[in-house]
Design a binder for this molecule. Structure first.
Ligand code: SF4
Length: 504
């Protein structure tokens, strides 16, 4: 995506071997990469087949285990037309690893329902099912290595060895560094969107990623599964309430029982069940088990039932994608050609002086009869109506989904002016909500817990990229990390770009 010549940060990554560049057709990828491919489902998910010929639907890939035993715990899978099952997933390079590593005799592996391997030399009858990833990747293995190598948990530490040299940088130099790292992160997201769009189309890819983003970190996969089957379960429903009832039904999140305590909730549930009981046999194949959702510890405002209510409004309005396209074109005004695949909705360009607010207007829902007044089915009616989507969540959607989607479409359409303008907007976008990752990173790298040190979303994104490229390749004492010395080199150079509009 980025040439080494125009981004010094890309050259740093390669020089430090932060990126494990593989060549297609070369040696077997490392097991860590296979785990990342599985965890992030960088697969042609609608084509998956086990080695015994059964279709495989991944309702949830499971949570990566840090306590030994199988690599992923609690995956939810559907084999052929069988009922979905929950269990563990083990990742090995070869199917022979199952016996070679002693998994067949280890009781901790008795709940393994899928053995994920790179390729299989001969059938493995010791486990219920085997999936060979090699034929189902959604992008070349080199691209996946670049995109996924650093996708793992953060080390637990406080201040790192780079903290001192980073604090010696001028504001302009720190801005330039974070901006360069942020561009890498942005383009990696764009590459994943492009890979999916080649299989599913631009519009479907956008829907899938909007759903994913609304799943937060715990419910990404069930939200994605719903999006992937949207064309099926959306048939025959039009009104917001009909879509809400259908979504609650197919998601497995429609409660079986009335609350017997909240009258307005029970009225809603009766109406929803009136619709769903007639539909449920027809949509049984799309239905997810409730176990696919992780609901424990969620804030009520983030409950997936509430997010599905929001999605129902977007779907009922029918023109969300067209509005996003029009918003994207407004970014550059008369920037030239429409983006790749553009014009399908017949929208015209318009200029808007308040793009951040105007994107929130597109996603915002004016009013929902039930969900504006309730966090969940069990909660009492709120004294004041609450929005289904806050402004901070719009920033997450913009930075992680909408802007990369528009950018890569502009690039594929050869519209360099629009592409550059979208990137400029990304770099100037206001900061997203703070989170635990950023809090630790600020302390460890920048030596401060002050939130305001990162005033823009791109600064946050750049810091997260540095964590993934450097911190996650060493240990808590920063052994052999070359980032501090690279920062020292940058310190002695003049910044190549002004720091204007970045907010630091
Ligand atoms: S591992 Fe490297 S980048 Fe991370 S805190 Fe330590 S010195 Fe800084």
């Amino acid at each position: 995506m980025t040439s080494r010549a125009d981004n010094f940060y890309a050259a740093w990554r390669e020089r430090c071997r932060a990126v494990n560049v593989l060549r297609d057709g070369g040696s077997t990828p490392p097991e860590k990469l296979l785990q990342a491919v599985w965890q992030h489902q960088r697969l042609q998910r609608d084509r998956l087949k086990t080695t015994d010929g059964r279709s495989l639907r991944v309702l949830h890939p499971g949570f990566i285990s840090v306590a030994g035993g199988p690599d992923f715990r609690g995956a939810v899978l559907q084999f052929g037309e069988e009922k979905p099952v929950a269990g563990d997933v083990e990742v090995d390079l070869q199917s022979g690893g199952w016996r070679a590593h002693g998994h067949d005799k280890n009781p901790h592996f008795k709940n393994v329902i899928l053995h994920v391997v790179w390729e299989t030399a001969k059938p493995n009858t010791a486990v219920p099912a085997v999936l060979a990833l090699k034929s189902f990747l959604d992008a070349p293995v080199v691209e996946l290595a670049l995109a996924l190598q650093n996708e793992s948990g953060l080390p637990e530490s406080l201040r790192g060895k780079c903290s001192a040299p980073l604090r010696e940088l001028s504001p302009a130099q720190l801005t330039e560094l974070l901006r360069a790292a942020a561009r890498i992160r942005f383009q990696t997201k764009a590459a994943a969107l492009l890979a999916r769009a080649k299989h599913a189309g631009w519009e479907q890819t956008l829907w899938e990623n909007l759903f994913r983003a609304l799943g937060y970190k715990n419910n990404v996969w069930p939200m994605l599964n719903l999006a992937e089957r949207k064309s099926a379960w959306q048939r025959g429903v039009q009104s917001v309430f009909e879509i809400q009832a259908r979504l609650l039904g197919v998601s497995g999140l429609l409660p079986d029982d009335l609350t017997r305590a909240q009258k307005s909730s029970d009225t809603f549930l009766r109406r929803a069940w009136d619709l769903w009981w007639r539909d449920r046999d027809e949509w049984e194949g799309c239905r997810q088990p409730r176990a696919a959702w992780k609901l424990h510890g969620l804030r009520p405002a983030n409950h997936p039932q509430r997010r599905l209510a929001l999605v129902a409004h977007w779907l009922a309005s029918e023109n969300l994608i067209a509005k996003i396209e029009a918003w994207g074109l407004a970014i550059a005004g008369r920037a030239g050609n429409p983006p790749a695949g553009g014009g399908a909705h017949g929208v015209t360009r318009h200029a808007s002086p308040r793009l951040v607010e105007s994107l929130h207007e597109i996603f915002r829902v004016e009013h929902d009869e039930f969900w504006s007044w309730h966090w969940t089915f069990k909660s009492a009616r709120l004294p004041q109506p609450q929005p289904l989507l806050g402004a901070a969540r719009t920033t997450d959607l913009a930075v992680n989904v909408v802007l990369p989607w528009l950018w890569v479409r502009a690039r594929e359409g050869g519209n360099e002016k629009l592409q550059a303008e979208i990137e400029r907007r990304f770099l100037a976008w206001p900061a997203a909500e703070d989170n635990a990752v950023l809090k630790l990173a600020r302390q460890r790298l920048l030596g401060t817990s002050r939130r305001r040190v990162l005033k823009g979303a791109a600064a946050q994104q750049g810091l997260m990229q540095i964590i993934r490229d450097f911190c996650e390749h060493t240990n808590a004492v920063c052994a052999d990390c070359r980032f501090p010395e690279l920062v020292q080199c940058l310190k002695s150079e003049a910044p190549s770009q002004p720091a204007a509009s970045f907010g630091l």
